[in-house]
Design a protein around this ligand. Structure first.
Ligand SMILES: C[S@@+](CC[C@H](N)C(=O)[O-])C[C@H]1O[C@@H](n2cnc3c(N)ncnc32)[C@H](O)[C@@H]1O
Length: 262
């Protein structure tokens, strides 16, 4: 992305999002390590749920000459953007990716995926446990023997308070606003804004009406959806990569990863 002279009216929100929110290398490296540590073959086929701009699917395909990806998203205009800006980067390898306009609750006809991934907490959009479990069941059905569902999850006391966090990126500031948190139903409203050197601001570029699910709730829901076991991958202070953990020290704010085995 050309980051010179960005302003609220000229910047492309999805480009800003990719450059400030997504880090596909972390996901791909962790998926590879989970397979290694659990003695599985290298994962080849990915279904990326809530794929948005398809960046993970595209980087997955680029990470190995035999890797394939299917991405699902409900939003046609985001998928069109994904094709224009990301799938086009694949040239000949574009026959190894398919981005489909579909509700993740409806699943895919294809099954046998090595990994189904839902990243950036997208499944927090499910407020009711029944919807969450239906989604998890549908993800499980898409997995092949030995496959796993990969989820990220964030939490900690900070996730329950209103706050605004500003991060400086090349050419713009990324602003994460965590709005109200309701302790009875764990509903929270989060927003992403972008600020530019000329003083303009792109407010509410993205808005999320989420339920903050906890790790124990997720583990219970995954077992109810008939996953055989669930590992939690937690990054300890003295380590630079998450490792499998049964217990952890609480932090004000944390991101962890789950692998749920079919
Ligand atoms: C927070 S973005 C995540 C994008 C990307 N996965 C990432 O890691 O940044 C959520 C995406 O999920 C899509 N989405 C929301 N509900 C969905 C559903 N039920 N089925 C499929 N896609 C959905 C939205 O259109 C949006 O592109």
């Amino acid at each position: 992305m050309d980051t010179s002279n960005l302003t609220a009216s000229s910047a492309d929100p999805l480009h800003l999002y990719e450059n400030s929110v997504q880090d596909t290398e972390i996901v791909i490296n962790l998926v590879d390590r989970i397979c290694r540590e659990r003695g599985r073959d290298v994962a080849m086929s990915l279904r990326e749920d809530f794929c948005g701009t398809g960046q993970l699917s595209v980087d997955w395909v680029l990470s190995h000459p035999k890797r394939t990806a299917v991405g699902l998203d409900i939003d046609r205009s985001t998928l069109d953007w994904a094709h224009r800006k990301n799938v086009s980067r694949l040239f000949d390898a574009s026959d190894r990716i398919r981005l489909v306009e579909r509700n993740v609750l409806d699943g895919t006809r294809e099954v046998g995926f090595d990994v189904v991934a839902a990243t950036n907490f997208s499944y927090f959009a499910f407020h009711e446990r029944t919807s969450l479990v239906n989604y998890l069941r549908s993800a499980r059905q898409a997995l092949g023997e030995g496959g796993f569902l990969f989820l990220d999850v964030h939490g900690g006391p900070d996730s329950q308070f209103e706050l605004e966090e500003v991060t400086d990126f090349d050419g713009f500031d990324y602003v994460w606003e965590q709005g109200m948190f309701d302790p009875i139903n764990h509903r929270t409203m989060c927003r992403i804004h972008y600020r530019f050197p000329d003083g303009t601001e792109l407010r509410n570029a993205f808005t999320y009406d989420w339920r903050v699910w906890t790790i124990p709730e997720l583990k219970d829901a995954l077992i109810e959806a008939e996953f055989q076991s669930v590992d939690v991958w937690w990054e300890r202070e003295d380590e630079d990569e998450p490792s499998a953990a049964a217990t952890a020290e609480n932090l004000e704010s944390w991101v962890a990863y789950l692998s749920a085995w079919r």
